[in-house]
Design a protein around this ligand. Structure first.
Ligand SMILES: NC(=O)C1=CN([C@@H]2O[C@H](COP(=O)(O)OP(=O)(O)OC[C@H]3O[C@@H](n4cnc5c(N)ncnc54)[C@H](O)[C@@H]3O)[C@@H](O)[C@H]2O)C=CC1
Ligand SMILES: O=C(CO)COP(=O)(O)O
Length: 358
């Protein structure tokens, strides 16, 4: 039987950290081809191509400096060349680039390939809704697409600190294949069949992380931040309940849910830049450029995507935290107004009988 070949589509901070895991597992597991291709959006670093640097020094010096990638990870600047022979395509690029990159792959990949999206975010759908990134991949490339989401700050994963992750996949045959490709003693995989909810958790928690960052920037303290996190979680649950009915509440207790929400609200880039947004008064775009050295924020764009949908459906007031965060990001209201927006949150008003309801 021929071996399974893997391509990682993306090589940013998370793409490079996951390449460390996938490279080692592909090499050690007999069912996989040793060679794993990694699509690299080419750029010049001090006069040298990033792909050449990665293939000679085995380090992504720009997006994951200080960590060696396994030597079987091969950086390829042409996405079609990287992906054309792969049986498993791991998508891990900032979500705003998926449509453009996906378009280049149409008709150029194996029809039997399977996809796995590690991308956190949405796209705007026709008619004012949102579209899940995994669904965009399936629609355009005609392949099934599972998801992997979790409390997985890339630098900590690269340092091999213990964490958990959630793989959302419906096909029972695919589940062990994907789990084995990612699982390590320090990266524990739990598989869920609640695929949409797993993916939506990953996208929405980035919005809440911006709120946590605003709270930090305002110096409001840990109780306020905990309230923002809790109300954020409640809006995440409500969002899934309203727009993706039939999902399971238990999914929010997996790594993709509450754990990712916590880690991002304390240690993520969205939090960090949002704190600086309050403290410096600079725009999100300026801060992303200044503070992240080419890495990208997903929270403010996701907040805009969600707001577009809520506005179209006249439901902004049902999600006051998501709405306030978006309005702060685009300068419509001041960060200090966030707390006013959530003071009378539906979570405080809905319990007329004295009991909170879920
Ligand atoms: N960094 C992290 O800790 C984690 C990130 N994620 C998610 O993974 C996804 C990818 O994130 P990262 O790997 O951290 O990326 P990143 O934030 O490091 O973004 C930089 C990457 O985007 C690429 N890029 C820039 N312009 C591009 C273009 N026009 N077309 C294609 N690529 C372009 C750069 O070459 C670089 O590889 C995001 O959705 C993120 O939310 C998920 C878990 C952890
Ligand atoms: O998704 C993440 C951790 O799981 C990373 O969050 P940030 O993009 O805010 O750094």
């Amino acid at each position: 039987m021929s071996k399974t070949s893997v391509c990682i589509v993306g090589s940013g901070n998370w793409g490079s950290a996951i390449a460390k895991i996938v490279g080692v597992n592909a090499k050690n597991l007999p069912q996989y081809e040793d060679r794993v291709t990694m699509y690299v959006f080419e750029e010049m670093i001090e006069g040298k191509k990033l792909t050449e640097i990665i293939n000679t020094t085995h380090e992504n010096v720009k997006y994951l400096p200080g960590h060696k990638l396994p030597e079987n990870i091969v950086a390829v600047p042409d996405v079609v060349e990287a992906a054309k022979d792969a049986d498993i395509l791991i998508f891990v690029i900032p979500h705003q680039f998926i449509k453009g990159l996906g378009a280049q792959l149409v008709g150029k990949i194996r029809p039997t390939a399977i996809g796995l999206s590690l991308i956190k975010g949405f796209d705007i759908a026709e008619g004012g809704g949102i579209e899940l990134i995994s669904k965009i991949i399936t629609k355009h490339l005609q392949i099934p697409c599972a998801v992997l989401m979790g409390a997985n700050l890339a630098n900590e994963v690269a340092e091999e600190k213990f964490c958990e992750t959630t793989i959302g996949v419906k096909d029972k045959k695919m589940a062990p294949i994907l789990r084995d490709l990612f699982q390590t003693p320090n990266f524990r995989v739990v598989v869920s069949d609640d695929v949409d909810a797993v993916e939506i958790c990953g996208a929405l928690k980035n919005i809440v992380a911006c709120g946590a960052g605003f709270t930090d920037g305002l110096g409001l303290g840990d109780n306020t931040k905990a309230a923002v996190i809790r109300l954020g979680l409640m809006e995440m649950i409500k969002f899934v309940d309203v727009f993706y009915p039939g999902s399971k509440l238990s999914t929010f207790f997996e790594s993709c849910g509450v754990a990712d929400l916590i880690t991002t609200c304390y240690g993520g880039r969205n939090r960090k830049c949002s704190e600086a947004f309050v403290k410096t008064g600079k725009s999100i775009v300026e801060l992303e450029k200044e503070m992240l050295n080419g890495q990208k924020l997903q929270g403010p764009i996701t907040a805009a995507e969600v707001n577009h949908m809520l506005k179209t459906r006249n439901m902004e007031d049902k999600f006051p935290l998501f709405t306030a965060i978006h309005k702060i990001c685009v300068g419509e209201i001041k960060p200090a107004q966030m707390i006013d927006c959530i003071r009378n949150h539906p979570e405080h008003m809905d319990c007329s009988d004295g009991f909170a309801k879920l």
